[in-house]
Design a protein around this ligand. Structure first.
Ligand SMILES: Nc1nc2c([nH]c(=O)n2[C@@H]2O[C@H](COP(=O)(O)OP(=O)(O)OP(=O)(O)O)[C@@H](O)[C@H]2O)c(=O)[nH]1
Length: 316
């Protein structure tokens, strides 16, 4: 029997130290004892954002002062068909106090999470492990040694997500370079994705593969890999990435770039429309750097992907 679709708003409260808040559902509830993000059902006449502010006041006794729409996922439970609107909550007044949960806990994204977790939330926890800045390599343009030196500097500065995109390097040098990148990034517990080459990703023990849009659109099934993402330029590509269950998408270009001359930028307004309501995180790409991070996140992006902007030294 088809179940009525129920809208639910859930908040990922993020502390400055990177930890997020989970609550354990109290007794006498469906899925009692399971962990969840605070939140609840959207009442008639409320937007999901309004519902979340009300729920966080009722459940935690806090007043939200800054929230951003993040992911939207549907899940069919035996008791309900839910559409979950996840928001990032980065500022609030008051100290969260467990008024309805048995326990509250602040969890680090890289830590094993709390169990049992509500079944719909697995991909949300994975999305929280995706770093906010993706740096895309340009070794063929600037030289392998210069790129590795830039990588070392960026890792020391906190970079934890690298996409190796080096189709212009010959196969042997590309493999050697990819192995170097994996060794350096894994030494810092970061993630490495190989552009469009699943076999090389496996050979060098990278974490996954990043699909260009033309490869994405040719697939009917998600490649068998821990992390899979794709480059997208419009809603059809984003929806295909979502349908395949990919872990993230990169959407752009937001601004015109030197690497794609003549291609007009989407701008932030269009970016916001295209990236809204998707089940996986979307990184903004195209003429951006670390200075654009807050604008990107306020527009619904999970973070930023960049070539030049990611390797630039601070102040240059
Ligand atoms: N709050 C919350 N609900 C979630 C999460 N993940 C998830 O699947 N859900 C589902 O969304 C629905 C939320 O229901 P709820 O019982 O918390 O709603 P509520 O606070 O309005 O309570 P009520 O049923 O007493 O009115 C449940 O079916 C729950 O399983 C999550 O992380 N947080």
């Amino acid at each position: 029997m088809a179940r009525k679709l129920v809208d639910v708003a859930a908040g990922v409260l993020l502390r400055a130290d990177g930890r997020y808040l989970l609550g354990q559902r109290g007794p006498d509830t469906v899925y009692a004892g399971y962990w969840e993000f605070p939140g609840g059902k959207v009442e008639p006449g409320e937007t999901p954002a309004q519902a979340l502010c009300r729920e966080l006041d009722e459940e935690l006794g806090i007043r939200v002062t800054h929230l951003r729409p993040w992911l939207r996922r549907e899940h069919l439970y035996e008791h309900a068909h839910v559409r979950l609107h996840f928001f990032e909550v980065s500022a609030w007044e008051g100290e969260p106090d467990g008024k309805v949960h048995s326990v509250l806990d602040w969890v680090r994204p890289e830590q094993a999470t709390r169990e049992p977790m509500l079944p719909a939330n697995g991909p949300i926890l994975k999305a929280l492990r995706l770093p906010r800045m993706m740096a895309i390599t340009q070794a063929a343009a600037i030289g392998v040694e210069a790129q590795l030196a830039a990588l070392d500097r960026a890792l020391a500065g906190g970079l934890r997500l690298v996409q190796v995109r080096e189709s212009a390097l010959d196969p042997l040098r590309r493999e050697q370079f990819a192995r170097e990148v994996v060794a350096r990034v894994h030494a810092c517990q970061g993630l490495v994705l190989l552009n469009d080459d699943l076999a090389l990703a496996r050979a060098v023990r990278a974490d996954g593969v990043h699909l260009p849009a033309r490869s994405l659109m040719g697939l009917r099934q998600r490649p068998d890999c821990a992390w899979v993402g794709a480059s997208c330029h419009g809603r059809d590509e984003l929806e295909h990435a979502a349908a395949l269950g990919l872990d993230y998408a990169v959407l752009g270009p937001v601004a015109p770039t030197a690497t794609h001359p003549g291609q007009p930028g989407l701008g932030w307004v269009r970016f916001c429309e295209l990236a809204a309501g998707l089940p996986m995180p979307v990184l903004a790409l195209g003429g951006l750097g670390t200075a654009d991070m807050e604008t990107a996140r306020d527009t619904g992006a999970h973070g930023i992907a960049a070539i030049r902007g990611a390797w630039r030294l601070p102040g240059t």
